[in-house]
Write a protein that binds this ligand. Sequence first.
Ligand code: SF4
Length: 187
Amino acid sequence: MQNKIFVRECDGYTVFRMEQITSVEDYLSGYVDVPKFEALCRSCPNYGRKWSCPPFGTDPMEIWKKYNTLRLIAHILVPKDGTTGMELLAAHEEEKNKLRLWLTAYEEAHPKSLALWAGTCDLCGRCAKIDGEPCRFPEQMRHSIEALGGDVGKTAADYFDHPIQWITENQTPAYMTLMGGLLYNGI
Ligand code: SF4
């Protein structure tokens, strides 16, 4: 079982961080399937409406192959007793933004690395892609693992022993997971 590092205590939930380092070669062979996840992305409302999301003009494999090491970073949100599913969903959005800031700072502290955000880019209220305009912040925007064809569900289960849990109408899950990462040349 992975060690959980305490991150913060918030109203209604606690955040823990877990990390794992793997080679990009191993990750690509066991967890990345660009055509499969590009096809799954088509049912998402962000498909074709965010510069951070598929379809891309270039092959995501070109990004993976620039690096040899992947540090996977999972933030686990554990609800307190009485926290509702809706409250946890709101916390998930807030924590997604906090993790983005943390990953951005982490990337800055590691020259020539590339952060992978947890989920789609939300830097703008309305993504410029919807209006056929270029990305407003191409230097800041980062892709997610799943946008580049990574299997986040399998990653969470295999690397962190925390399979993704979903909120159902009547049940608050035991935890929610945000999955990000950092690509770099290290091993
Ligand atoms: S920075 Fe703005 S324009 Fe670029 S992908 Fe993110 S939301 Fe879209």
